[in-house]
Design a protein around this ligand. Sequence first.
Ligand SMILES: Cc1cc2nc3c(=O)[nH]c(=O)nc-3n(C[C@H](O)[C@H](O)[C@H](O)COP(=O)(O)OP(=O)(O)OC[C@H]3O[C@@H](n4cnc5c(N)ncnc54)[C@H](O)[C@@H]3O)c2cc1C
Length: 432
Amino acid sequence: MSPTRRTILAAAVLAAPSVRAATRGGSVAVVGAGAAGLAAASALRAAGQDVVLVEARDRIGGRAFTDRSLGPDCRFDAGAEYIHWAERNPWAPVARASGVRFAQESGWARTLMIDGRPATDAENASRRAGFSGLDALLAPKGGDTSLAEAAHAGGPNAEGAAAGLSRLSLGEDPERVSAVDYDRLWSGTDLWVDGYGDLVARRFADLPVRLSCPVRAIDWSGKTVRIDTACGTLAVAAAIVTVPVGVLKEGAIRFTPGLPDGTAAALDGLHMGAYTKIGLRLDPAKVDPAALGDAVSVITGGPTVYFEMGPFGRAIAVANLGGDLARDLCRAGEPAAIALATERLGATLGAKAQGAVLAGRLAGWWTDPHARGSYSIVEPGHAEARERLRDPVGGRVFFAGEALAGGGAMTVGGATLDGERAAQEVLKVLGA
Ligand SMILES: Cc1cc2nc3c(=O)[nH]c(=O)nc-3n(C[C@H](O)[C@H](O)[C@H](O)COP(=O)(O)OP(=O)(O)OC[C@H]3O[C@@H](n4cnc5c(N)ncnc54)[C@H](O)[C@@H]3O)c2cc1C
């Protein structure tokens, strides 16, 4: 297709300031306007730097996104919804100051359903037994094993608990998660936010961003870094690349020269989990989802689905699942995902849920071309991968985002802190 007048104009807008600034050796491109890119660009601007922030989607926020497709009264966070480790998370004071509704999570008091019926007392007791002592079992004991291996010593209850925990908090099957990395993740109070995506978007609403402008290639062979985007070429002194590791691993951005061995090895040690949500809009005349409270539905040999029932009083239920079954569901597509979630919800709520689902929405991050998964997972035996990805490429291309956030990995707070870290490193390199 030949370029339209609009794309030519957009290209001109993009190219002009960056090329001009590059002759001063000072401009910076930030790729991706999720929490990391927004925080990086904001910090660079605050330091007086010339910044161009480019984003593939037609919105900012990345994996922090409040979905309104089920109607304004049925919005839900398709991605992040909890401010984890609130004691040190930069988003906790932002949320409190913004007046957004939030609740403090009070542990995992959920109704357990097994094969469509409430769990017996004995089954509930086995589950509790599996979780008690799990922390000590999963703590690394020398080498770096998977969570599945670490839980093995605790017997079937512990293995079952580790699998549930791994799929429903990391979005990945326990065989593929490094116990050393899991042990490093920060913990603390979780604040449940009514619209984390909206909060992120509002906080950075004034930041200039080039939307719908995917980056296709980055050439770091010369003195300036040349960035080929769908709306023009940028020539900059340095770049911060915050796209998810799933996007990097599939080669959506071509690097010239290719990425150095250390960076490639770091990417080999990381992959994306598949935490997946399916929002269901319910008919409030037929069912009050909050009456039962949140529920975990386990199917023998099938998916374990965690239902958030009526979050913040809305007439919705949000099904959460992870691991390979979630991947399969994303590939199967939205109608299949909605059908499964509806069927599981029916089994959980009983006959009264018949015909209560009015519409559904699959937040299928696994098949989303700008995410390629939910968040980064370290493979067993690759515990240094996150740290290694921080090594700048050619001294001028810096990676940033949740995958590099150490104990804050997999979170919006960690991505934000890591974006700020990368901005400081760029300022140092530029001598600003
Ligand atoms: C289902 C789910 C539930 C989650 N729950 C929580 C939670 O409760 N609490 C929490 O803290 N975190 C949670 N997370 C994780 C959290 O959303 C992420 O860790 C965080 O948002 C990542 O921010 P980021 O800036 O590193 O990446 P992203 O937000 O993914 O930002 C990267 C940006 O790069 C853009 N991009 C991709 N390719 C290109 C390209 N070629 N050119 C230009 N731009 C490109 C993307 O569109 C995106 O906007 C959840 C995530 C998911 C998916």
